[in-house]
Design a protein around this ligand. Sequence first.
Ligand code: FAD
Length: 424
Amino acid sequence: MRANRRRFLLGAAATMTIVGATRAAPRPRLVVVGGGPGGATAARYAALLGRGKIEVTLVEPSPTYATCFFSNLYLGGLRGWDSLVHDYRALGSSNALKVVPLAAARIDRDGMTVVLEDGAMLGFDRLIMAPGIDLNYGSVPGYSEAAAEAMPHAWKAGPQTKLLKAKLDAVPDGGLIIMVAPPNPYRCPPGPYERVSMMAHALRSAGKPSARIVILDPKDKFSKMGLFQEGWERRYPGVVEWQDPTIHGGIKGVDPATMTVTTDFEARRADLVNVIPAQTAGRIAREAGLSNVTGYCPVDPASMRSTVDPSIFVVGDASIAGDMPKSAFAANSQAKTAVLAVLSDLAGAPAFPAHYESTCWSMITPTDCVKVDGVYEAAEGKIKEIRGFVSDTGEPDAIRRRNVDEASAWYDAMIADVFGSPST
Ligand code: FAD
């Protein structure tokens, strides 16, 4: 604790050197690890609002970022793959911001250094961690990274998403799809159920009326449950079956060699198995000692500052963000709060109360979209929802169609806000 305090004050000392500093004086350094909606937003806004007073470095190994958000629409045949892929060119063009195309191998918290995969070291005065999630393959017996080639998870967008689509397109009429849904807390609470809706749409569009989808869920309820169940009954009657633990009795395991899923009740062979395992914060954050027993990283709800290390902030899916869902919208909102706190630490900028938002649209059909949104503040020791909205069941079709347009506009605006400008 004392070491943390000493290092934190070292950061504050850097503050004093920059407020009113000459151009030649060394600038305080912010390093951001991870270039998704959390990290790229943080880097972009820190460079923008820091106005050259701080040095911002974004560490991200991949030259492009494929969005999980809207990947279900790709599965449903509503969007092309290329529309989901974006790059960092617009971000890296500013001299206030450097993009390092390497993975962070290790965080040396005592040395306030990020060690890169090639052994180079980046010192920091403040660090924002946004590495997203890791999949806990072992949470489903028989599942593994290798098994994901036969039974894709597609919970990180990329080759897995394309593989899932190819397998979906190959399901015959009369075939069976089984989804093993994840336990809480996981990335994108309505995501599995939107995915099932888009799979049902793809089956129907391909003229496969007798194919079926069974969801084996370790949970007894899920996000927007009434809306999805109403949608499935109305739009895809007889196609989707949701089983909670009282029905399947427990998911005992999967066998990729025989494409079988075993529950307490039965063993079933399927044409396509989509296993979405349990999740944790990305490895780099856990190995830095920033996570707790949940596998995610606790933060101060007013700033997204790690409760473990005051020089480090954690945003996006890797963080424990109270009532907020693990969504791209949430990661983008949390990143802005973290940046203001960093600027307050390093550049003497005034801080003001944190305010967060997230809206999440889910497609049931190409013209039927439902949404949930929330506004959040730091209260009662957590990020607490202070206002929320959920679509109604039985809503007029016109409202659902308007939601489709809203969702599409949100995607474009989010990409521009995260990466600087649409780059595809
Ligand atoms: P990520 O997006 O995972 O980004 C993390 C980045 O960190 C990656 O680019 C990775 O390469 C990098 N990284 C990891 N480790 C290292 C390292 N050691 N060094 C350097 N870089 C590293 N959200 C919505 O808001 N709306 C939606 O409609 C929506 N739909 C979804 C549908 C699906 C099917 C899924 C799976 C998710 C959906 N989401 C949606 C959720 C959304 O995708 C995530 O919440 C969001 O991507 C989290 O952003 P992040 O920046 O925390 O992590």
